[in-house]
Write a new protein. Structure first.
Ligand SMILES: NC(=O)c1ccc[n+]([C@@H]2O[C@H](COP(=O)([O-])OP(=O)(O)OC[C@H]3O[C@@H](n4cnc5c(N)ncnc54)[C@H](OP(=O)(O)O)[C@@H]3O)[C@@H](O)[C@H]2O)c1
Length: 279
């Protein structure tokens, strides 16, 4: 299956859908990532804090598909925001995955109370110059965090990966990213499999387009200009989640899904200004 690409502000290309790997682990996890690769996934999203970097690297090797065909993303944990720690963490992650560069490296959370994300960003700019990373980006960054990086270094993140699903639609943050020419990726794009998949508006659209509720939600993301990275350990779901490019929702249908937004819609109430990442 051919997956369209999205151009980043640094000239690199990001596949329009990827595989999340949070909670995919161990020997069984290798098989699950491998089945996704065999189905056509090339964007693989992991993180040092997921304990899945090693198995994602192993699945890439076992696939026999050339490294250059993949788009591998991982993320910097909060405990490594100091300059030297960031460089060390990038190199340690590369060794763990058995790779010699990342396509995309993200600061996992800004942790503004610690105030070190700018230091981490400066180290990532150096790592990019060293050839360890192709594109650099952030996750869970608010407009003021983005502006601090841009003003202090002149380098705009290529991607901001944030929580987005039908109960937390993020209209404002999506516009803020667009305004800065930053591509938005959606984490927990299916609301971690929550009740949104059973909402009447989603079910009605699924019946209309002969698609599953998950496919309707993933298409809703893509038509809003967002790259979703759904996690699935099921072969059937993995396949289904890739098969979203052959239909369109109307503008009013997109709005009807946006209307599911709730002011308290975050899955675990993780406010980027407050959240202290596990470390
Ligand atoms: N940057 C960050 O701070 C951050 C935070 C959280 C997550 N992430 C990333 O985002 C990825 C995705 O988020 P997530 O894992 O939290 O949640 P998610 O992708 O929204 O949802 C995963 C859940 O949806 C189910 N599912 C997948 N496809 C389905 C389908 N077609 N029909 C019905 N159910 C389906 C999965 O079950 P099965 O496995 O049984 O299919 C799983 O229970 C993560 O894996 C991780 O890579 C990043």
């Amino acid at each position: 299956m051919s997956i369209p690409n999205v151009e980043l502000n640094d000239g690199h290309f990001l596949p329009a859908i990827g595989l999340g790997t949070y909670q995919i682990r161990g020997g069984q996890g290798i098989d699950q990532v491998l089945s996704a690769i065999q189905d056509g996934y090339r964007l693989l999203d992991t993180s040092t804090n997921y304990n899945s970097e090693g198995i994602v690297g192993e699945a890439i090797r076992r696939s026999g598909i050339p490294r250059a065909n993949f788009f591998v993303t991982t993320k910097l944990p909060g405990r490594y925001h100091h300059f030297d720690d960031t460089l060390m963490s990038i190199q340690e992650s590369l060794c763990r995955m058995g790779l010699n560069y990342f396509d995309l490296y993200l600061i996992h959370w800004p942790l503004p109370k610690r105030g070190l994300y700018l230091e981490a960003w400066k180290a990532m700019i150096i790592a990019q110059k060293m050839g360890l990373i192709r594109s650099i980006g952030v996750s869970n960054f608010e407009p003021e965090h983005l502006d601090r990086l841009i003003t202090e270094t002149g380098v705009t993140p290529a991607v901001n990966q944030i929580e987005i699903h039908p109960y937390w639609v993020q209209e404002k943050m999506l516009l803020e990213n667009k305004k800065r020419n930053i591509v938005t990726e959606a984490w927990s794009p299916l609301g971690r499999g929550n009740q949104s998949l059973k909402e009447k508006v989603i079910i009605d659209l699924a019946n209309k387009y002969k698609k599953s509720p998950a496919q309707i939600i993933l298409r809703w993301h893509q038509l809003r200009g967002i790259v979703p990275i759904p996690k699935s350990s099921s072969l059937v779901h993995q396949r289904q989640n890739l098969d979203t490019f052959d239909f369109k929702l109307t503008t009013s249908e997109i709005k009807s899904i946006n209307a599911l937004n709730k002011p308290t819609g975050r899955i675990n109430n993780q406010d980027p200004n407050e959240y202290e990442e596990f470390d």
